[in-house]
Design a binder for this molecule. Structure first.
Ligand code: HEC
Length: 153
């Protein structure tokens, strides 16, 4: 009997732990689209461009190089599915860049780019990723801050 009680306690713990991991879904911040952009910081504060560059390159985070050429010569592989991101900070406003990373399908339902800050309406999501955004609100801001530094010469 005693072992049953312990097993019960262990199970209860596991359940609490998994609820806690999924809390990020409920934490997803609401944002407002104005025109073609999202004018306000998602996480309330500006991003960090140096961290954003790392997030953009990291395979398990932005993985932007899978589809884009970027002005990061130290990286060997650069994809060609999307446009070259050199100079994108001159071509697009901060609000447009933010919307692009959050969810390009808001302005273009045909977009081939992933939505990095969306949970609703996604298909074929692996179980461990269900209910989670691909990037956190702060990571989105960091990437936006980095893209803003990519100015045309
Ligand atoms: C699966 C491929 C793919 C990945 C991964 C991807 N993109 Fe894209 N991206 C595209 C495509 C394709 C377009 C062009 C049109 C579209 O939306 O389909 C695009 C367009 C863009 C644009 C607009 C550029 C312009 O000049 O109009 C920006 C900015 C951008 N991506 C940034 C990023 C960043 C930053 C990341 C990583 C966080 C990223 N993309 C990851 C495919 C991708």
């Amino acid at each position: 009997m005693r072992s049953k009680a312990i097993l019960g306690a262990a199970l209860a713990l596991t359940v609490t732990a998994s609820v806690h991991t999924d809390a990020r879904a409920a934490d997803t911040i609401d944002f407002f689209v104005v025109g073609e952009g999202i004018p306000e910081y998602l996480a309330g504060v500006a991003g960090d461009a140096a961290k954003g560059k790392k997030t953009a390159v990291a395979r398990k985070k932005g993985n932007c190089l899978a589809c884009h050429k970027m002005p990061i010569p130290e990286e060997q592989f650069h994809g060609e599915v999307g446009p070259d991101l050199a100079g994108v900070g001159s071509r697009m406003s901060e609000a447009e860049l933010r919307l692009r990373i959050v969810d390009p399908k808001i302005t273009n339902s045909e977009s081939m780019m992933p939505s990095f800050y969306r949970i609703e309406g996604l298909n074929r999501v692996m179980k461990k990723h269900q209910g989670k955004t691909m990037l956190s609100a702060q990571e989105v801001e960091d990437v936006v801050a980095y893209l803003k530094t990519l100015k045309e010469n």
